[in-house]
Design a protein around this ligand. Structure first.
Ligand SMILES: [Mn+2]
Length: 274
């Protein structure tokens, strides 16, 4: 096991994605947790993709698009369900000229090339740097910034290993679906025992930014949407989506972060997505 205080080795050079000049409007979302168990949120995302999202030249999904993903062969299984609907909608969105990039979250870390090809949505490494309008923006899901949760980081290292993934994916689809449901139930039980849900560590985030030669980070995962300004560094935390939560309650929300690039200027704006 790697040192718990530095779960992610700092890379000398982080993977970089340079935005083409045609990308003027970019939308960032994360933590939608789509799937058959979230029909209202899933419908809301499909509506958003066919509507407001069409204003984006590029859509970045920074992890946990799905509540669970047990393997790309899910898309070959019948009958089609919410996973198929979302993939078909992403494919149509990409085919109509919008770039889509998808990063793994802690729920859907098993998204692979089969998904990416079918959806026209290449996978993004976590973390990576988006170079846009002269700015270097560090993109990450955010779970690896929650360094106070040592048991989670141990699990993360295990389930991201090629060995574990090969063994998991070698099981029949139905067995994987059941196993994933059990793991989610255990994770919910562990969360309900905790007073506070682990948050991103500000010092760790600052360290990542420094290593990336960046002063601007966008991440999700924590379900605590807000802007953090610290020593000239900006950390924007994306909102989760939960339209299945009771309407009128604080949990009932869906939001995208938009970046508008004009020459060398960049403006950020949060907009409700439902
Ligand atoms: Mn997450």
């Amino acid at each position: 096991m790697k040192s718990e205080s530095h779960p992610q080795p700092l890379l000398q050079t982080l993977p970089e994605l340079t935005a083409p000049p045609a990308w003027r409007r970019l939308a960032f979302v994360s933590d939608l947790h789509l799937g058959p168990e979230a029909p209202v949120t899933t419908a809301g995302f499909l509506r958003w993709l066919r509507g407001e999202a069409l204003a984006a030249d590029a859509l970045f999904i920074l992890g946990d698009l799905f509540e669970a993903w047990v393997g790309d062969d899910l898309l070959d299984a019948a009958p089609p369900d919410a996973h198929h609907q979302v993939c078909a909608a992403l494919a149509a969105y990409a085919a109509s000229g919008h770039a889509v990039r998808v990063m793994h979250g802690n729920r859907d870390f098993l998204l692979q090339q089969g998904f990416a090809r079918r959806c026209g949505a290449p996978l993004l490494p976590d973390p990576c740097v988006l170079v846009l309008a002269g700015q270097r923006i560090l993109l990450t899901h955010g779970d690896a910034l929650c360094i106070s949760d040592a048991p989670y980081l141990q699990w993360r290292a295990l389930c991201r290993s090629a060995d574990w993934q090969a063994r998991f994916l070698a099981q029949p689809l139905q067995a994987r679906i059941e196993q994933a449901a059990t793991m989610r139930a255990q994770s919910r039980a562990a969360q309900s025992r905790m007073d506070t849900w682990s948050d991103a560590d500000p010092a760790e985030a600052a360290r990542w930014l420094q290593a990336a030669n960046s002063t601007w980070m966008i991440h999700g995962h924590t379900h605590r949407p807000r802007e953090h300004w610290d020593h000239g560094q900006l950390r924007q935390v994306l909102s989760d989506w939960d339209l299945d939560a009771p309407a009128g309650g604080a949990a009932h929300r869906a939001q995208a972060l938009w970046l508008h690039a004009g020459g060398t200027t960049l403006a950020a704006e949060r907009r409700p997505a439902a």
